[in-house]
Design a protein around this ligand. Sequence first.
Ligand code: DOR
Ligand code: ZN
Length: 437
Amino acid sequence: MPDLLIQRGHVVLPDGARQADIAVSGGRIESISKPGQRLSAGNFGRVLDATGMVVLPGAIDVHVHFRVPGGERKEDWESGSMAALAGGVTTVLDMPNTAPPTTTLQALEDKRHRIAPQARVNWGLFMGATADNLDEVKRARNIAGLKIYMGSTTGGLLLYQDAPLENIFEHYSGLIAVHAEDEQIIRANSLAFQESVDPLVHGRIRTITSARRATERAIGLARRFGRPVHICHMSTAEELDIVTDTRQYGVTCEVTPHHLVLNEQAVVEIGTLAKMNPPLRFREDNDALWAGLADGRVDCVATDHAPHLLAEKMGGYWEAPSGVPGVQHMLPILLDGVHFGRLTLERVAHATAQRPAELFGIRGKGRIEVGYDADLVLASMGDAHPVRLRDVLSRCGWTPYEGMNLYGWPEVTILGGEVVYDRGKFPTVVRGSEVTF
Ligand code: DOR
Ligand code: ZN
């Protein structure tokens, strides 16, 4: 007997959204009703009525910081997973700037051992680049790719000198993901602004030019050595133009929800809570990134979910660490964008699931298609609800989106065919699996 039938949802399939029933068996999608037809409800273990709801592939967030090991007071995989599931995110790729950083095979295995018993979403790991760990990275099995921090940020990972960067692009054939901010510009501007304590100074230090220069440099290296490169958390219209012009060489990119919906006005309103790297920019950048997302020049949306405790964030401009949580609110923000006509449901599914799976080569995920894993989200699009502090599940306990009134919320999240989140509750605990790249 198949395990689960999801009836009458508005299902976002790879070739477009339409009404369909979905049968799930053994954790996979077993069948999808043909247009105009129904699957009979007679012989299923469980039937979910998705009338009036949108059914999307579970989101794959390719950029989270779940802080294990070393930052568990800010987040761990229990709290991070629950925030993810409530946000319709069923797979996450975790970044290497933990403590210790994921730069050795030993650190990688240690992280796997810590995560495996805690994760309630599916997961994969990046390794981080140092000046001398390429041989080790090449021996790692089943990683998302290699992350290069060209500009300094939370954690000590940093690599911006020509020689080691050239060495990586010349000799690493896996996916290279880049934090593209120019370290020399950041340092020079930090000195110039060292007397200032206004949080707005963040954007004057980590300028649009610094993002553009580093993006150009990374793409230049990628082209020189014939490698694809993935630009993380693109924050400006200028970077989008560069990536657009070089897409044919295998350049891909992601944007964060915060760079879509927040700008310097948020820094004025919530100060260092809105401090992150790269910084918030301007209204024109929001608009350009939305447009790029809508027409497919932006490959994926990823959260850069980077929780820090409120006490830390309130420490004054220079003391406050950079980063905001986001994994719980990415889909609501995008579905709100659908409500207001900024993009289509198909684009949401593509940018949050199908494209991330393709880009990173994640097996069996990212599409509502027969044979694919039954990681699914049922979302309601009817009414607006405010983002409330008391609903925040990240251990950090706050969100930069507090008070935003959003249309489009995940109601039910399904992981491997099991209902793991249901309107504020977590009815079954299912352990997530490490994905296969
Ligand atoms: O704002 C950020 N926070 N940007 C990063 O690149 C890292 C992240 C963190 O880990 O806190
Ligand atoms: Zn990050």
